[in-house]
Ligand binder design. Structure first.
Ligand code: GDG
Length: 449
C-alpha cells in the first residue's frame, strides 16, 4: 500500500492525540507507515530550514515553524481575515491588507520545499483545509507527481462572494493542481462549480470529473462525521450526572461552539429572549448553557463577537433571572471532553444555529450522546452542512428569531414518542456515516483519481 501523507495547518501533538480527524486518519496512517506534517503552534524568531520530527504517535509526525511575520500574514491575515469570512458569507468582515496574500503564498511554498525531500514517488498526499489551498500548486512546481487531494472543512463560497477576492482566478489556478477536491456538502460542490464557471474555466466531464483551467480532476462531496462509537461510550460513562443535574432544576438547553461570528450565538440569545418575553410559563423551566471557548483572539472581529455575546447574556439575565434561576449560563473557557459528553446527554435541547458552517460536528456529538430511551431534541440551522443529512432535527432559519423561539418551545413540549422517532433516524445517520467512513470513502476516491 502506498504511504499516506497528511498536511494540515496544525500538527496534532501530545502523546495521545484525540479528536475525530486524528482518530479517523490514525488507522490509514499507521497501516501505511504514514506521515503527518503541520505547524508546531507558536511562531519563532528564526525558523529551521528543516522539518522537526516528533516521536510518540503510531505514525510519523513532523512540524514546520513560522516567523511572527509569516504567522500574521498567512494565518491571522489571509487565512482567517480573508478566506474564513469569505467562505462564511461575511465579506463585510474581510480585511485585505498589503502583504497578506504574499505571506500565504510564501508559507505554502515553504511547506512544499520542506516536504519535498521527504516524499516518495508512490506517496498519496491529503491536504486539509483553506490554509493550504496553494500547496498542490507549489508541490507541482517542484516536480511532485503523486496524487494530491484536498478536503475543505468549511463552506465554499458562491460566485458573488468569490468575486470579492483580490484575484479570484488565482484560487482556481491553485485548486486545479489537485487530483481530488472534497467538499462537506452538495451546496459547496455547486458553489464551487458555479464560481469556477463565472471566474475561471471549467468544463464538466462524466463521473464527478471536470476540466479546471485545462487540468482534469475529480470533485465530490464527502460529509465528515465523528468517532461515533467512542463518543457514545464517552457520554454513557460521563462523570457525575446527578450532581450536574441538581445545579439547575430546570430542563437544560445546550450550545457548544468556538466563539466565532459564523456560529450565530447572538442570534440564538435574541431568540431565547423573545421566547422568554412571550412564554412566561417557561420561566424557571429552561436553562440555557452556552459553552463558547475563545478562538483567534488576535483578530479584531473575534474581540467584537465576544463583547456582543457577553453584553447580550448579561442583559437577558438581568431581564429575567430570579433568585433561584439564571436563564443563560455563558462559559467562555474550554471544558473537558468527557464533561461535555455528559452535558450533551442531560440536555433536553441541543441548539446548533450557525449562520454558515461546513458541517458542524456538535450536531452529531449531541445526537450520539443521547440516552436512546429518553433522547433530547436537536435544533439545527439549515445553513450547517449537517442539515443535508440530518433532516429529522428541527431545521430552522437562524436569522428568524420567531421561528427559532417557536422551535425551542416545540422541543420543550415534544412527546417522548416523537423525540425517540426523530432521534433514532438521526442516530442511524451518525452511526453509518462516522469519521472512519468519511476518510475511507475519500481515500478510495483519491486512489481512483
Ligand atoms: C471546522 C468547520 C466542520 C467545542 N468547545 C469545546 C469542544 N469543542 C469541540 C466540539 C467539536 C469541535 O470542537 C467543533 O467542531 P465543529 O464542527 O462544530 O466546528 P469548527 O471548529 O468550526 O470546525 C466545521 C469541522 O471543521 C470538521 O470538518 O464540521 O464546519 O468549521 O468537536 O465538541 N471540545 C471540548 N471542550 C470545549 O469547550 N473538549
Amino acid at each position: 500500500m502506498s504511504r499516506l501523507v497528511v498536511v494540515s495547518n496544525r500538527l496534532p501533538l501530545g502523546d495521545n492525540p484525540s479528536g475525530g480527524l486524528v482518530v479517523a486518519l490514525q488507522d490509514a496512517l499507521r497501516s501505511s507507515g504514514g506521515l503527518w506534517v503541520g505547524f508546531a503552534g507558536e511562531p519563532v524568531e528564526s525558523p529551521e530550514d528543516e522539518l522537526a520530527w516528533h516521536p510518540g504517535a503510531a505514525f510519523q509526525r513532523a512540524s514546520f515553524d513560522l516567523t511572527q511575520e509569516d504567522y500574521e500574514a498567512y494565518y491571522l491575515g489571509y487565512s482567517n481575515s480573508v478566506l474564513w469570512p469569505l467562505c462564511h458569507g461575511r465579506v463585510d468582515l474581510m480585511r485585505i491588507l498589503p502583504g497578506h496574500v504574499e505571506g500565504y503564498r510564501r508559507v505554502n511554498e515553504r511547506i512544499a520545499k520542506l516536504l519535498v525531500p521527504h516524499l516518495r514517488p508512490d506517496d498519496r498526499i491529503w491536504v486539509q483545509d483553506y490554509h493550504l489551498f496553494a500547496l498542490a500548486f507549489e508541490l507541482r512546481k517542484l516536480g511532485v507527481e503523486c496524487p494530491i487531494g484536498h478536503f475543505l472543512h468549511i463552506p465554499f463560497p458562491g460566485p458573488a462572494d468569490c468575486a470579492a477576492l483580490p484575484n479570484p482566478g488565482e484560487l482556481f489556478d491553485w485548486l486545479s493542481h489537485y487530483d481530488l477536491l472534497g467538499f462537506q456538502a452538495g451546496r459547496d460542490l455547486s458553489n464551487f462549480t458555479e464560481s469556477a464557471r463565472q471566474l475561471a474555466e471549467i468544463e464538466p466531464l462524466h463521473d464527478h470529473r471536470l476540466l479546471l483551467q485545462g487540468r482534469v480532476l475529480r470533485a465530490d462531496v464527502y460529509p465528515i462525521g465523528i468517532d461515533t462509537a467512542a463518543f457514545i461510550e464517552e457520554a454513557r460513562t460521563a462523570p457525575d450526572e446527578d450532581r450536574m443535574r441538581s445545579l439547575t432544576g430546570a430542563q437544560m438547553m445546550i450550545g457548544v461552539d468556538r466563539l466565532d461570528y459564523s456560529k450565530g450565538i447572538p442570534h440564538r440569545f435574541r431568540a431565547f429572549q423573545l421566547l422568554m418575553e412571550n412564554n412566561s410559563d417557561l420561566h424557571e423551566k429552561i436553562s440555557f448553557l452556552q459553552i463558547a471557548p475563545p478562538t483567534r483572539e488576535a483578530v479584531e472581529a473575534y474581540q467584537d463577537i465576544r463583547e456582543e455575546t457577553e453584553h447580550l447574556a448579561g442583559r437577558i439575565n438581568g431581564q429575567f433571572a430570579t433568585v433561584n434561576w439564571t436563564p443563560i449560563r455563558f462559559i467562555h473557557r474550554p471544558i473537558p471532553r468527557n464533561v461535555l459528553a455528559g452535558l450533551y446527554r442531560q440536555a433536553r435541547i441541543g441548539l446548533v444555529t450557525p449562520l454558515a458552517d461546513g458541517m458542524n460536528l456538535v450536531a452529531k456529538e449531541y445526537v450520539a450522546a443521547q440516552d436512546v430511551s429518553d433522547p433530547g431534541v436537536l435544533i439545527l440551522s439549515r445553513f450547517a452542512g449537517a442539515a443535508e443529512t440530518m433532516g429529522d432535527a428541527l431545521i430552522i432559519n437562524p436569522h428568524d428569531p420567531w421561528e427559532l423561539a417557536e422551535a425551542i418551545a416545540r422541543a420543550m413540549r415534544m412527546t417522548a414518542n416523537e423525540r425517540r422517532r426523530r432521534h433514532s433516524a438521526l442516530l442511524r445517520d451518525v452511526v453509518e456515516h462516522d469519521v472512519g467512513w468519511w476518510s475511507a470513502t475519500y481515500l478510495d476516491a483519491l486512489a481512483a483519481a
